[in-house]
Write a protein that binds this ligand. Sequence first.
Ligand code: ATP
Length: 334
Amino acid sequence: MDQPSATEPDPEGSDDGAGGDAGGDRSVIRTRGLTKRYRGGQLAVDGLDLTVPAGSVFGFLGPNGSGKTTTIRMLMGLIEPTSGTARVLGRPMPRASRDVLPQVGALIEGPALYGFLSGRDNLVRYDAADPTADPRTRTTRVAAALDRVGLAAAAGKKAKAYSLGMKQRLGLAAALLQPRSLLVLDEPTNGLDPQGMREIRSLVRELASDGTTVFLSSHLLDEIEQVCTHAAVMARGRLITQGSVADLAAGARGRLVVTTPDPAEAARVLKEQGVGDVVIAEDRVTSDPPDGELSDINAALVTAGVRVRGFAVERASLEDAFVALTGEGFDVAG
Ligand SMILES: Nc1ncnc2c1ncn2[C@@H]1O[C@H](COP(=O)(O)OP(=O)(O)OP(=O)(O)O)[C@@H](O)[C@H]1O
C-alpha cells in the first residue's frame, strides 16, 4: 500500500544539549517535521510538530480529511512517514513499535468484534492473540476491563446485540486489558447518539483521572472543550495551533456585550471611547473588548444616559479561536 521511504534517525538525547528541551522532555508523543505524502501524491500530513504532555487529555481536532487518521497511523507505526520523526513514550516510531505498542491502548477505526461471541469472549479472544498478555490473569483482567467500561452486566450478551455505544465501550475495554501509559482513540464518539457520546466522554474523563495520557481525535469542537485539557488544531494536513484548551480559547479575544434598550446611543458612546468593531443586534451591542478599563466604558455609557441592563465581556470559546485562527467556520459535516 505504502512505499516505506524513511528510516528514522534517533536524535533524542542529543537535542537536550542543544537547549531545545533542557529540563527533561515530559512529552508522551512528540513529532518533528512529520510528513506523509501518499503514493497518489496526496500530501496528507505536512511538517507536523506535535507535543503531547504526559497526563494530558489531548484533543486532535480537525475537519474530515485534515490528516488526523494519517498522523495516528504514523504514530502507531502502521505506516511509515515520508519524512520527519515521531516519538511515542520517548521511543522512535515505527522502529520501536514492538516495545512501545504493548504500552499503548488504541481504538482506531472502531473495534473489530465477533458478533456471535459475547462481549466477554471477544475480550478473551483479543487477549489470547496478544503475546505479551499473561494467560493466567486473563479472566481477572477481562472482568476488570468490562467493569471499568460499565459492561459487566452485559458481558454475557452476544456482541451483535450491543448498541454502537456498547461496541465502542467494548473496544475501549480491549484497550484496557493491560496497564497502559497512553490511550489513542480515533474519533471515539463517531456515529454515536447523544447518550452514547456522553457515556464515552465521561468514560474518557474517568480513564484520564488516574493519570493515563489520552490522545483522541475528533472533528467536534465542543467534544474537545468538554473532555480535553490540551488540543492541537489541524487543517489541510498542517498544524494550525496547539496548547492548553484554556490558552487556546484565551488566545481568541472575547466580545464586550452591552444589553440596553438604547442600542444606537450605546454604539455611539462605545465608538467615541475608541473600541473597535461595534455591532448592533437588537438590544445587544457587541464590540472588541476595550484596551483600557472596563469600568470607564461603563461609566461613559451611564453618563451619556444609556440604560445599561447588561454589561460583560463574554469569554471566547474554542470555536471562536478556531475561526480566528483559520478565518473559516468549523465544518462538522460528515
Ligand atoms: N491511503 C490513502 N491513499 C491516498 N490518500 C489518502 C489515503 N488515506 C487518506 N488519504 C488522503 O489524505 C488526506 C488526509 O486524510 P486523513 O484520513 O488522514 O484525514 P482525517 O483528518 O483523519 O479525516 P477523516 O476523519 O475523514 O478520516 C485526505 O485528503 C485523504 O483523502
